[in-house]
Write a protein that binds this ligand. Structure first.
Ligand code: HEC
Ligand code: HEC
Ligand code: HEC
Ligand code: HEC
Length: 129
């Protein structure tokens, strides 16, 4: 009984997001993330999600003199927390194996539409796949 419980606990822990990503330096409570990460909130296109807290998507945990970070949801799901899997989106997202963040920066970009590269892959090419 006990063994079974600790075994499933172990499985649960293994399934949890990696808390191992250590932030370089402890983040004091109440500090503005953007005060250091200015680039995330500036650029030609800035994600509307940036007008809320970074912690909508990034979970920060401070213990002692270490802050660890993880995403609030897995990378392949997090965008759908706010963006509906609408027909429109599905059309431009190819038979998705790729991640939204392959093409879009989650924060800001010097291109339009938060795209990572100047042109972005042509939409017509995407639809064909
Ligand atoms: C005192 C300045 C400072 C503050 C405040 C700060 N950061 Fe950072 N952060 C840095 C530096 C420096 C780096 C390393 C260089 C980089 O990636 O920009 C970093 C890296 C990161 C990384 C990348 C970690 C990795 O290795 O993958 C994330 C994610 C991050 N910060 C999120 C946050 C969030 C969320 C907050 C607010 C809760 C925050 N930061 C507050 C300075 C800061
Ligand atoms: C809409 C959700 C979302 C919000 C809001 C958000 N992030 Fe992120 N962030 C992500 C995702 C997703 C990744 C991982 C991107 C990847 O792996 O390509 C990431 C990665 C990062 C990284 C490391 C990789 C990089 O792009 O430099 C830093 C630093 C970071 N975020 C800082 C911030 C800060 C600071 C804020 C608030 C100003 C913030 N984020 C708000 C979703 C978000
Ligand atoms: C906290 C809510 C939230 C999350 C999570 C979120 N977004 Fe957004 N996003 C918005 C809002 C609000 C807008 C502006 C209204 C709209 O276009 O739907 C927006 C707009 C966009 C745009 C259009 C930008 C433009 O310039 O027109 C892109 C591209 C985008 N998001 C990509 C992403 C990607 C990729 C992710 C996952 C990393 C993501 N979003 C996660 C809230 C969110
Ligand atoms: C293969 C690259 C690619 C992937 C993957 C991708 N996008 Fe896009 N996305 C684009 C391009 C290119 C545009 C600009 C389309 C245009 O020119 O109007 C765009 C536009 C958008 C827009 C604004 C226009 C609209 O249709 O509302 C949103 C929002 C968006 N993407 C969200 C997402 C989300 C969420 C994901 C993940 C499910 C995603 N994208 C995956 C390339 C991509």
């Amino acid at each position: 009984m006990l063994n079974a419980r600790s075994a499933s606990l172990l499985l649960l822990l293994l399934a949890m997001p990696a808390w191992g990503v250590e932030h370089p330096g402890v983040i004091p409570i109440d500090s503005e993330c953007a005060s250091c990460h200015v680039k995330k909130v500036t650029g030609k296109s800035v994600h509307s999600a940036m007008s809320t807290q970074c912690t909508v998507c990034h979970v920060a945990r401070t213990q002692g003199d270490m802050t660890t970070l993880s995403l609030a949801m897995p990378k392949e799901l997090i965008c759908f927390a706010c963006h509906e899997k609408s027909a429109e989106l599905q059309q431009h997202v190819p038979v998705v194996k790729g991640l939204c963040v392959d093409c879009h920066d989650a924060h800001s970009s010097d291109q339009r539409m938060l795209l990572r590269t100047a042109a972005g892959p042509p939409l017509s090419a995407l639809k064909k796949r």
